[in-house]
Design a protein around this ligand. Structure first.
Ligand code: NAP
Length: 262
């Protein structure tokens, strides 16, 4: 698949990995991009920064079902079809489960997961109208390995992985590919708390994820060989990984406290 001339919908395209993906799309020749995000100023900023792009700016919360329905309706009216859907918007609220506010539990499920089910559902007729289409879902390394103190976030991201597998198989007869990306720590607002750590850049994550989508790769996994080894261990011998994780239990707990970007 090529990017040139494609119609794209991305959630959370105003900051972090999403904004870097917008830049990559524009560099690749995309000039019609629909973006959903809550902050209007950041949406306007996109039009100022990428003057040649015809943005469909949707100011709203992906947890609001009407926003998602209206987005699909507007794309149908304006463009008639959609070539690429990127489910990127996400939030995190970490810590021991008993300390995570109830609202943050609901919101992480609604924003990180339910919104992807619904938006994908509403976009399928639009994607089926394209000659060839692609869906890119942004999960997380924590969607492959459930780490303590990220129980809610990690389970929403694991659900995105399972949804991606199911939809890839369901949509195969329609020439719609589904790629799931698993970034590890990436230097964005979401990781502000850890800004002194070494992290991937949002540009790298955006570029590699989109490349994977264009090549119809099933998964794009970040974190290098070490992470691949851990993923294998988690699958084949989870008790062995439990022992590794237990070695720095308290450090993990402390690091998770106040890790909140909602
Ligand atoms: N950064 C990492 O280390 C990392 C690692 C693994 C996976 N990820 C995943 O990568 C994706 C992007 O993360 P990021 O680090 O780029 O995050 P970010 O810098 O915090 O940006 C999040 C983007 O999503 C939008 N968004 C958040 N909640 C929304 C809502 N309810 N409705 C509509 N838009 C919403 C934000 O815009 P508004 O606030 O204006 O709505 C913003 O554009 C997320 O799914 C995240 O879970 C990130």
């Amino acid at each position: 698949m090529q990017l040139e001339g494609k119609n794209v919908l991305i959630t959370g395209g105003t900051r972090g990995i999403g904004k870097s993906m917008v830049r990559e799309l524009v560099n690749g020749g995309v000039s019609k991009i629909a973006v959903i995000a809550r902050d209007r100023d950041n949406l306007k900023q996109l039009s100022q920064e990428f003057e040649d792009v015809k943005f469909l700016r949707i100011a709203g919360d992906v947890a609001n079902i009407e926003v998602l329905r209206e987005t699909a309706a507007r794309i149908e009216d304006k463009w008639g079809h959609l070539d690429i859907l990127i489910n990127n918007a996400g939030i995190v609220s970490a810590g021991p489960l008993e300390d995570i506010p109830d609202e943050d539990i609901y919101d992480q499920v609604a924003i990180n997961y339910t919104s992807i089910l619904l938006l994908t559902k509403y976009c399928i007729p639009l994607l089926k109208s394209a000659e060839e289409a692609a869906i890119l879902n942004i999960s997380s390394g924590l969607g492959l390995i459930g780490m303590p103190f990220y129980s809610v976030y990690a389970s929403t991201k694991a659900a995105v992985r399972q949804f991606s597998d199911a939809m890839r198989r369901e949509l195969a007869p329609f020439n719609i590919s589904v790629t799931c990306s698993f970034p590890t720590a990436t230097n964005t607002d979401m990781m502000q708390k850890f800004k002194d750590r070494e992290m991937d850049s949002p540009e790298l994550v955006a570029k590699r994820s989109l490349e994977g989508m264009l090549n119809k790769e099933i998964q794009v996994i970040f974190g290098g060989e070490e992470r691949l080894k851990e993923n294998r261990l988690n699958f084949e011998d989870p008790a062995a990984l439990d022992e590794v994780v237990a070695q720095n239990y308290e450090q993990r707990k402390t690091a998770s406290l106040d890790h909140k970007a909602v």
